[in-house]
Design a protein around this ligand. Structure first.
Ligand SMILES: Nc1ncnc2c1ncn2[C@@H]1O[C@H](COP(=O)(O)OP(=O)(O)OP(=O)(O)O)[C@@H](O)[C@H]1O
Length: 367
C-alpha cells in the first residue's frame, strides 16, 4: 500500500497543492518553517484519520480560513482507493472513500495506516505514563476497533466512580451505589488488561529486537507492563477478582483523594537496561533509540497483523541517527513507502538520494 498522490487546500500553511509521490523513498527538504512537517501531518491525517501534532483536529485549518480539505489516492492490494477529508470549523470532520461518505471510521482502519516518528517521540520514554498508555491504546484500537469501544466505556465508568467518590465526602449514604460501579469498572478493565497483555506479548519482543539493532549493543532491553492490578492467574475470572480486591483495598485512599487509584488507567510501561530504568537513567541517545524502536515495532506489528506495511513518516529524524542507521532505514530492508524531511540534503547518502524522489518545500508549496 502506498500514497500515489495528495491534494491539499487550506491545510496549515498550504493554500493549494497537488503532489505525486514515489512508492519508495520520498525526501522533503527545505528551510525551517516552510511546511515539511505540515505535509507529513496531512499524509498522517489522511491515513490514520487523526492529526499527529495536536488533539484538536481543527488546528490544521489554515488560520485565516474556515475549511481545510485533503485528498489522497492510495495504491492498495484491492486497487486504487481515493480518500477525502473535509474539516469545517465548528463541525465534525467528513471522510469520503471512493466517493462515498463514511460514518464508521473504524471500518477504514485496516487497509491504510501510517507511522509517524519525530524527535518529540522522546516523550514516549521520558514523558508521563499517560503517553505510553496512549501509544499502546491507539495501536490496539486501530487493530481491534472493539477495544476502543471498551476503553470509552471504561473511561465513562471511571468518571462516574470518581464523581461518586467525591459525592461520598458529603453524603455517606451514597456508598450503596459503589458496588455497581466497581463491578462495571472491573469487568471492562479485565477486557482491557487481557487485550493489552495479548498485544504487548507481540510488541515487546519486537521493541527488544529493534533496540538491539539500532543500538548495536549486546545488552538487551527489558520491558515490563507495570500494572496496578496484580492477579495470581491470567484467566478473566482471576483478573476480575483481583481487580475487585484492589478496588476494595484502595477505597480509603480513593475516598480521600476522590480518585480511583488502581486500574488500567494508572498502568505504565517500564524499560530497563542493565536493570536500570531508562526513563531516569538512560542517556539521551539510549532514550532516542528506544523511541525509534517503539515506532518500528508499531510498524512491524501492524504488518504482522494486517499483512500491510504502514507508510513511514520520519520527521527530522536524520539528525538523530548515525550513518549506518540512516542507511538501514532509508534503504528500506522492510519494503514500504517512506517520507523523510530534512533541512540538509547532505544528511542523506548520495546513492540513496539518487534512487529517491526529492521535493523542495518552500512557504507552503512543493516543487
Ligand atoms: N493552522 C495553520 N495555518 C497556517 N499556518 C500554520 C498553521 N499551523 C502551523 N502553521 C505554520 O506552518 C509553518 C510551517 O510549519 P512546519 O512545522 O511544517 O515547518 P517545517 O518545514 O517542518 O520546519 P522545521 O524544519 O523547522 O521543522 C510554520 O511557520 C507554522 O507557523
Amino acid at each position: 500500500m502506498h500514497l500515489t498522490k495528495i491534494r491539499l487546500f487550506d491545510f496549515r500553511n498550504f493554500r493549494e497543492a497537488e503532489v505525486e509521490f514515489s512508492g519508495g523513498l520520498n525526501v522533503l527538504y527545505g528551510d525551517n518553517g516552510q511546511g515539511k512537517t505540515n505535509l507529513l501531518e496531512a499524509i498522517h491525517f489522511l491515513c490514520n484519520l487523526r492529526p499527529v501534532r495536536t488533539t484538536r483536529e481543527q488546528d490544521v485549518i489554515a488560520w485565516d480560513k474556515t475549511k481545510a480539505y485533503l485528498k489522497g489516492v492510495f495504491d492498495t492490494s484491492s486497487g486504487p482507493v481515493d480518500r477525502e477529508l473535509l474539516l469545517v470549523a465548528g463541525d465534525r470532520k467528513k471522510v469520503r472513500e471512493c466517493g462515498v461518505e463514511r460514518h464508521r471510521l473504524s471500518e477504514l482502519y485496516w487497509q491504510i495506516h501510517a507511522v509517524f516518528f519525530s524527535p518529540d517521540d522522546l516523550s514516549l520514554v521520558k514523558g508521563r505514563p499517560s503517553e505510553r498508555r496512549r501509544f499502546l491504546d491507539l495501536i490496539i484500537a486501530r487493530l481491534k476497533p472493539q477495544y476502543g469501544r471498551y476503553l470509552s466505556e471504561y473511561n465513562r465508568a471511571l468518571f462516574h466512580r470518581n464523581r461518586l467518590l467525591k459525592d461520598l465526602k458529603k453524603n455517606r449514604t451514597l456508598i450503596t451505589a459503589l458496588d455497581a460501579w466497581d463491578e462495571q469498572l472491573s469487568s471492562l478493565g479485565t477486557v482491557i488488561l487481557k487485550t493489552r497483555a495479548a498485544f504487548t506479548e507481540k510488541l515487546f519482543p519486537l521493541v527488544r529486537k529493534y533496540y538491539l539493532y539500532f543500538s548495536r549493543e549486546e545488552r538487551e532491553i527489558e520491558i515490563k507492563y507495570a500494572g496496578s492490578i496484580v492477579s495470581t492467574g491470567t484467566s478473566p475470572e482471576s483478573i476480575h477478582e483481583a481487580f475487585l480486591a484492589a478496588l476494595r483495598k484502595s477505597l480509603p485512599q480513593d475516598l480521600a483523594s476522590g480518585y480511583t487509584r488502581v486500574g488500567p488507567h494508572r498502568d505504565d510501561l517500564q524499560f530497563l537496561l542493565g536493570g536500570r530504568d531508562l526513563r531516569y537513567f538512560g542517556s539521551q541517545g539510549e532514550q532516542r533509540t528506544l523511541s525509534l524502536s517503539l515506532k518500528f515495532a508499531e510498524r512491524r506489528v501492524f504488518f504482522e497483523t494486517t499483512g500491510v506495511y504502514p507508510i513511514l513518516l520520519l520527521d527530522d529524524a536524520m539528525s538523530e541517527l548515525d550513518a549506518n542507521r540512516r542507511r538501514w532505514i532509508l534503504e528500506g530492508e522492510e519494503p514500504c513507502q517512506v517520507f523523510v524531511t530534512t533541512v540538509d540534503l547532505s544528511a542523506i547518502p548520495e546513492d540513496i538520494l539518487k534512487k529517491s524522489r526529492v521535493y523542495r518545500v518552500r512557504a507552503g508549496s512543493v516543487g
